[in-house]
Design a protein around this ligand. Structure first.
Ligand SMILES: Nc1ncnc2c1ncn2[C@@H]1O[C@H](COP(=O)(O)OP(=O)(O)OP(=O)(O)O)[C@@H](O)[C@H]1O
Ligand SMILES: [Mg+2]
Length: 214
């Protein structure tokens, strides 16, 4: 896989997996545009972590509109002029909705999703970052965002599980599945180089990278 020929790259994975960190690194490496999630602009997110049942629907709909608007803008961008690296797939939206909404709320959400779903380009490469739940928990704690400190460990576990099931069947784009537990591409440039070399070595549509495993 020649990263330099990729026009649209997406880094995905559960909360705390390192999506934004890796998307920034790849964008810097390629001098690419970034399309990053904006959780800080979701006025319901902090209240959601305090009272999930009460604020799940407004939190979800706010993220859906945000992501649909960002992807609609992306469709207008001339990606052939400059590549784009994103830290979300629109598909992640129903993944969270299914976990957080009641059946009635989900039925309503689905109508809105179908109505809003913009035509989105298919990524040239998807990087799915995995890490054990205790690693995700410690990264979210270490990141130190105040309202995230109340996030229950089992919520991160359910999100991580839903991602594993989603990517088990995902086949829309070439996918590199990376176990980031021991791969610190944030603080260790040698690990970032290993990751870029691994992408360059990709030959099949779906491959794995687990540092320390043959
Ligand atoms: N591979 C890694 N090794 C060590 N620390 C990491 C790694 N990846 C990310 N981190 C650290 O973990 C924290 C979470 O990373 P980041 O914000 O990139 O995750 P994210 O997947 O974008 O999370 P969210 O879903 O909440 O947006 C950050 O403090 C980051 O520096
Ligand atoms: Mg992020």
């Amino acid at each position: 896989m020649d990263l330099a020929r990729c026009r649209y790259i997406v880094v995905e994975g559960p909360i705390g997996a390192g999506k934004t960190s890796l998307a920034r690194q790849i964008a810097e490496h390629l001098d690419a545009e970034m399309l990053l999630e904006q959780p800080e602009d979701n006025p319901f997110l902090s209240r959601f972590y305090d009272d999930m049942a009460r604020f799940a629907l407004p939190t979800q709909l706010t993220f859906l509109f945000q992501r649909a608007d960002q992807l609609r803008e992306l469709a207008q961008l001339d990606m052939f002029r400059q590549p784009t690296v994103a830290d979300f797939l629109l598909d992640k939206d129903p993944l969270f909705a299914r976990i957080n909404l009641t059946d009635d709320e989900y039925a309503l959400y689905e109508k809105v999703f179908k109505h809003l779903k913009p035509q989105t380009a298919v990524p040239d490469l998807v990087i799915y970052l995995q890490a054990p739940v205790d690693t995700l928990v410690s990264r979210v704690r270490m990141r130190g965002i105040p309202f995230e400190q109340a996030v229950p460990d089992d919520y991160l576990a359910r999100i991580a599980d839903a991602y594993a099931r989603f990517f088990y069947q995902y086949d829309e784009a070439p996918t590199l599945i990376i176990n980031s537990e021991r791969l610190n591409f944030v603080d260790n440039p040698a690990h970032m180089k290993l990751l870029l070399d691994r992408v360059a070595g990709m030959r099949a549509r779906r491959e794995f990278f687990n540092l320390g495993q043959g």
